[in-house]
Design a protein around this ligand. Structure first.
Ligand SMILES: [Zn+2]
Length: 110
């Protein structure tokens, strides 16, 4: 039976989301930028898919759901996806993206 989300539901979702984000944050800081080694602020660290064609989902959007909704299986999937990525800082990411022309690849796939 469908029901209208209550205030409780919203708080629970928020907690899940924050938890997922904190997992990614810890992971990013642990890894640091694979190009220059920067690891001071997780907000400046991003995931870069080594092979853009293998990208199945945007980590930042799915992480919290993967970690909590499907339990262990979700964690496994998240790990698989993380293994396809390298952590890079915003600076290096911009340079890599420009060099690889990811944008052009995405456009062609559509
Ligand atoms: Zn860097």
């Amino acid at each position: 039976m469908a029901r209208v989300p209550t205030e409780k539901d919203r708080i629970r979702d928020r907690i899940r989301y924050d938890y997922g984000q904190s997992v990614l944050k810890r992971y990013k800081l642990m890894k640091g930028c694979s190009k220059c080694g920067y690891n001071e602020n997780a907000h400046a660290l991003q995931f870069n898919h080594v092979d853009p064609k293998q990208k199945r989902f945007l980590l930042a959007q799915k992480a919290h759901k993967m970690v909590l909704n499907i339990g262990t299986k979700g964690k496994q999937k998240l790990k698989e996806e993380l293994n396809k990525c390298e952590v890079v800082c915003a600076n290096c990411h911009a340079i890599i993206t420009y060099k690889n022309k990811h944008y052009a690849i995405h456009k062609k796939d559509r």
